[in-house]
Each structure stands twice: as C-alpha cells, then as structure tokens.
Design a protein around this ligand. Structure first.
Ligand code: AMP
Length: 549
C-alpha cells in the first residue's frame, strides 16, 4: 500500500506505514518522533533533530512550531528566502516521504494526514497544500482525536461512549465519540488551537529564569536554549517530584560563564499550569453537554498527545469528573496509527471500523438582519457537529429589483447576531447575466470528508447557473514555489564545519577556546556517524557559548 499515515504535529511529527507484517513507524535519526523543525542553509533543507540543534546557533534560519501559523498569511524569511507556513510544512512531509521510501524501499504516493479537530477551513486547506507540495496526494484529511479514536477502537468489539482528550505540543482537542457496531462516530468536538506543551515550556522557562537571578538580557537565542531546558525539566517532572538544574555554561556575562543552578518542584510547575488544565476540563464538560450526554454516560476518557502524560491532568480529571482517565498506549503514536488505519479502510483492508466525522463549526454566509437595517448577521447553512460529508442549500432573496450581483461572504462560527465574532473564510461574487425583477439565489454548501467547503450559487427563476470563484484567505503557494527543487539534506556536516570556521576567524575569541573548538572539529570530521550526534551537540553548545547570547 503506497500510503503513509502522517501526524503532522506542532512539536513532533510521526509517520506510520502499513506492511504485510503489520504497522511500522518510520524512524528518523533513530527515533520515531521527527521534530517539526526546519532549517534552511545554502546547502539545502534540514528537517528534524539536526534542525532542532541548529535552532540554537542559527535561529534566524530555523522554523519551529510552524503549525501554529498554518492558514495565516504570515511568511517566514529563512536564509534570505521567503516561505509560507505550508511550504515549511511541506519540507517536513518531504522528509517523511523520502525517509519512508528509503526505509521501506518502495515509493509512497499518497497519505492520510491529520489536523486538530478545531482547525478551520484555511488551516485544513494549508495542510492539504503542504502535502501536495511535498509530492504526495492527499487521500484524506482526518481529525487528530478521531484518528486517536480509530487506533483505540481498532480490535475492540464493545459499544462504548468515550471522550478523547488530546493535548499535544501546540493544540488541545476534545471529542466525544461513540463506538457502535464498528461505527466510530464523533458526536461533538471542541478545542483550543493555542494551548499545549509549548505554552507550559514557556511558563516554566520564565520561572527558571526568575529563579536564576541572572541580570542579563534574555536574548532570542538564550530564550530558545531556556525553552529547550524547560521542556526537558517539564518531562522529568512527569516522573519526579523535583528537578535539579545544573548548567555550568548556560550563558555569558562580561566574558565569564554564568552557572545556572536551580531547583524546580512538581508543585511549582503544577501551580503554573493548573488554570490551563482546568480550562481543558471545562471544555471537556461543555463538549459532553453538546453531545447531549452527561458525565455518567461516559464510559471512558482516553488521554492522548504527548502532554497528556502530565500527572496533574489525570488527577484533575479524576477530581472533577470522578472518572479515572486512561492514557492511550503510545500516546505519541496513536494519531498516526489512526491515520494509516483510515488509509487501510479506504483501500478496502478490513479493519472492522467505519469512520463518521463531523464539522466542528457552523458554516454560513452573511445576510442583512432585516429589510429595514444595514446590520449584517450570520445565516448558518451547515450546523456544527453535522457528520461529513454533507451538503445543504439555502435560498436568499435580492435586495433590489433586477439585482445583477450577489456578494456572498462565507463565514464559520456560532454567533449569529455579531458577525464579527465569526471567522470569514472566503467570499465570492455571483454575477447574474439576465437579472429578473425579484431575483433569488440558492446557495449550495458542500463540505467534503476532508472538511473542505465548496460553494455554488444558482438563480432560481431563470435556472441560470451562476458560477462564483471561491477565495480563501490562505496565502496560496504559487507556481513560483521552489520547494520542489530544494533538497532535503540527510546530513549537514558542511553547515556545522562552516559555522566552526567562522568562529575560528573571530578575533574576539580566546586562543585557548579556539584550540578546544579546533580539536572538536577534527574529531567531528573524522567521526563515524554514530559518534557524530553527541559531538554535534557538544559543538553546538560550545558555539552557543563562544558566540555569546
Ligand atoms: P505531541 O504534539 O502529541 O507530539 O506532544 C508533544 C508535546 O508533549 C511536547 O510539548 C512535549 O514536551 C510533551 N511531552 C512529551 N512527553 C511528555 C511527558 N512525559 N511529560 C510532559 N510532557 C510531555
């Protein structure tokens, strides 16, 4: 099967393929987690753990957490070139495709890619574009919690109602799901696209910084190092009551090394994130209510996503709902497992489950509040929590006689009275060639299984089909994109060596430091590949220190 299941995460991405012997996770530099980090140098594009290392010494050419920008018009300039978020994401997917092909010795042409349930049309569209730019066909876009549910539900016969609580690096999703006779149905879903482990890292980084007592400026560079340290500390605090941080050469002041020595307790960390966790549980309860169930109906709460390993989550859920949540086996892998299982189902492999997904937002167009005012309101066409694919048509009447043009502004959201509280996802102009005195149009919304919306308008009297151009707000990658020609590097030794050489030319650096670095360089150049990773870390730490923050 030439399909890859891709969990395109904010912090890490995971890819799974289907083989005759079962599922297989693709391995990137020895790990199934591929850091979603992209570094652009003159030599090419580096993706993954090595790009993450580069974030410390070449942050201006490195993109992290680009998923947060998907669907926006923002661009990133890396190594002097401008990229859209979808172009950056496409490098991650290209890396996945190439690594999978090398590892499995076959060509992969299609993929099932996952997105947070709460992603809007623009964000889904940007994700699809990223996949295409990477040279893969999108077989299906599915929601992350649904994918987790598929992996949980696979090989399970019982009919149950459960919640999937998915807290990753950058996003939170909650879905209420029903398994009934092999049918996996998402009853309701909610989420927050800006809440996840990265936010916890930032809060912890602030605390560590406060405790350090350093009176130096926290530069962008130091901030990246501090965040990485905070993430390590956070992960350790999932298993330990307190962590002792001891970094001898953390920063530099007036040429002297600053020693970072700080203790952080689990209690302090929990205090920082308690409000966020409480909010996720509020959302869980709201979603449950929307699905017309209450907490007693819920048979299980499944935790997935890397951040759900934080023990406070289990404790708080238990305290507030009196249900003990279960951490899904392999929370990092479950989404990509669900994605590949979905791919297998589409291919006709019998996995005993059928998927029903829903739209997390209502979709509609703006209309006048009434004939006496110019106030605009939202007229919903497709309601939230409707299973997809779905289509619905609504009729709208002309404002003036012989109206020639109908401007259709498409929105998603729930607030009917206050149009601005909703998100505009596109607009189109329907031009009527032969207007009638009392014109009216039917607006047809079709939402496909990938959550993509297409809109068609038709004049009802003349039966004249009017065609409108659907424009989303996404900065589309145009033909000019040079993503396809840019090589994904498998090693970046040259970039590291060039960086070292630049430091060696720097007159402000002490000779003895240069000698140490030279020695490291020689070791690195002649090292075998398995020794390279640790040497690279050492070099990066040393460059970071010598360059000063
Ligand atoms: P995901 O997007 O599902 O891969 O989740 C990534 C997030 O999970 C990152 O913010 C990680 O720092 C976080 N994470 C991974 N393992 C743990 C752990 N044991 N404790 C707390 N957070 C973790």
């Amino acid at each position: 099967m030439d399909i890859i299941g891709i969990d395109l995460g904010t912090t890490n991405s995971v890819a799974t393929v289907y083989t005759e012997d079962g599922l297989k996770h693709i391995s990137f530099d020895g790990d199934f987690l591929l850091p979603s980090v992209v570094n652009i140098s003159n030599d090419g594009v580096m993706v993954g753990v090595k790009a993450k290392n580069m974030a410390m010494i070449a942050q201006e050419n490195t993109a992290i957490s680009v998923k947060r920008l998907m669907g926006t018009k923002e661009t990133l300039t890396l190594n002097g070139k401008k990229f859209t978020p979808q172009e950056i994401s496409s490098f991650i997917i290209k890396k996945i495709k190439e690594t999978a092909e090398q590892e499995m010795d076959m060509e992969y042409k299609r993929c099932v890619v996952t997105v947070p349930a709460y992603f809007n049309e623009n964000q889904r569209d940007a994700t699809t574009q990223a996949v295409k730019l990477a040279g893969l066909e999108v077989l299906r876009v599915i929601n992350e919690p649904t994918a987790a549910a598929i992996s949980y539900g696979a090989n399970r016969d019982e009919d149950i109602l459960y919640g999937v609580y998915d807290l990753g690096g950058g996003t939170f999703d909650i879905s209420i799901i029903e398994n009934s006779e092999g049918l996996i149905e998402v009853l309701a879903t909610k989420g927050d696209n800006h809440l996840g482990g990265d936010d916890f890292d930032k809060k912890l980084a602030n605390l560590i910084w406060e405790k350090s007592g350093f009176d130096i400026e926290l530069t962008k560079k130091l901030e990246i190092k501090l965040n990485q340290l905070a993430e390590k500390t956070k992960i350790a605090l999932s298993n330990e009551d307190s962590v002792h941080i001891d970094e001898k050469f953390f920063a530099k002041k007036d040429g002297e090394a600053l020693h970072l020595e700080v203790d952080v307790t689990k209690e302090e960390f929990e205090e920082l994130i308690k409000e966020d966790i409480d909010r996720t549980i509020d959302l869980l309860l709201e979603t449950l209510e929307e699905s017309n169930n209450d907490i007693d109906d819920l048979e299980a709460i499944i935790l997935t996503g890397g951040s759900s390993r934080i023990p406070l989550i289990t404790n708080q859920i238990l305290e507030r709902t009196e249900k003990l949540p279960v951490l899904i086996e392999d929370p990092d892998k479950s989404v990509s497992i669900g994605a590949i299982l979905q791919g297998a189902m589409i291919e006709g492999v019998d996995t005993d489950s059928i998927l029903v997904d829903i739209t997390p937002y209502s979709l509609g167009i703006s209309t006048l509040k009434d004939e006496f005012s110019f106030d605009l309101i939202l007229s919903k066409i497709i309601l939230k929590n409707t299973p997809v694919p779905t289509s619905k048509t609504s009729r709208y009447y002309a404002m003036v006689e012989y109206q020639k043009k109908f401007q259709i502004d498409i929105y998603q959201g729930e607030d009917e009275e206050n149009l601005d509280a909703n998100v505009k996802i596109g607009e189109m102009l329907l031009t009527i060639e032969n207007p009638v005195e009392n014109g009216a149009i039917d607006v047809d919304f079709r939402l496909n299984q990938d959550g993509m919306l297409s809109v068609v308008g038709r004049e009802i009297h003349t039966n004249e089909i009017v065609k409108g151009e659907f424009k989303t707000k996404v900065a589309k990658s145009t033909k000019h994109s040079n993503v396809k020609e840019m090589d994904i590097l498998t090693e970046h030794d040259k970039v590291i060596v060039e960086k070292i050489d630049k430091i060696l030319e720097n007159d402000t650096i002490l000779d003895e430091d240069k000698e140490d670095l030279k020695e490291l360089k020689e070791k690195f150049v002649s090292a075998k590949s398995e020794e390279k990773a640790s040497l690279e870390e050492e070099i990066i730490d040393s460059i970071f220190f010598l360059e000063g923050a």
